[in-house]
Design a binder for this molecule. Sequence first.
Ligand code: AHR
Length: 324
Amino acid sequence: MKKFFCLFAAILLLTAMTSCAKQPESDKKSSVVVGFSQLGAESSWRIANTESMEKAAKEAGFGLMMENANQKQEKQIDAIRSFIAYQVDVIVFSPIVESGWENILKEALNSGIPVILMDRMISNPEENFYTTYIGADFYAEGRRAGEYLIRKANAINAERMNIVEISGTIGSTPMRDRQRGFMDAIKDDPRFNVIDSICGDFLRSMGGECMEYMLYKHGADAIDVIYSHNDSMTLGVLDVLEQKNIQPGKDIILITVDGEKEAVDALKAGKINCVVQCTPDLGPSVMELVRKLKAGEQVPRIKHPEEGIFCDFDDLSDPAVEGF
Ligand code: AHR
């Protein structure tokens, strides 16, 4: 009996030792877990942003619980609730629209879990619902788009320009602020006339459909400028213009936002006139904020990355002109 007991104990010990040795690096539980609610995969920008978050979390040694909401606000709310139930260390989320978060953010506040807003803002920023925001200054992006247009109109001696705006998701921060910034930049110049504004929801397919409809409604000759709130929609616009033998970048001036590779290549080919940069590479800054919060260090209330523009006045052979 004694012999049998010793053998049994030895087998148990051996099993425990081999299972420890076999445990892969990635299975080891990270001491910091970040719950991340991504809003969707609507554009190349968003996909690059998700990749940036995954890579940065891995490099920081943090566990990342990510939920992709496929453009549905209810799914984001469910994801945040599950992060609270799991008691993650920090919640990061990118709100699809600005309104409708009060209840879930109150729950997060009561749970004591800090919330980082990434990329987009909520409609009541003065409330204590989030600890810190990291994302683009969308208003400045809109202004840069408008300032480029003034420069372009001066360069080609334009007397009058009819503009069509293709906007992003209604009620989202980039849509609202890119519109406001652009309008503020051009509002005192009588040469500019925004003849229409249509929502393309940041999707390439919708950008194409919006362009088809605008051409049908106004006719190509009545449209001088397309101001599109992101590259994905602009690439949809390009497809339609080329199918109809309208020369993008020449017959119609195209101004876009983001800076993805396909759009920057189209700028170099003369098919887009201006790309306003918006960086998706927010992951490293987010993880640095997580680290600071865990260490009890101070974090700024708002942080914007540095951004600029690429346009047809630049030396486009410069290697610094490149997309993501
Ligand atoms: O919120 C950032 C915007 O969302 C990007 O400009 C756009 O491409 C994305 O869908």
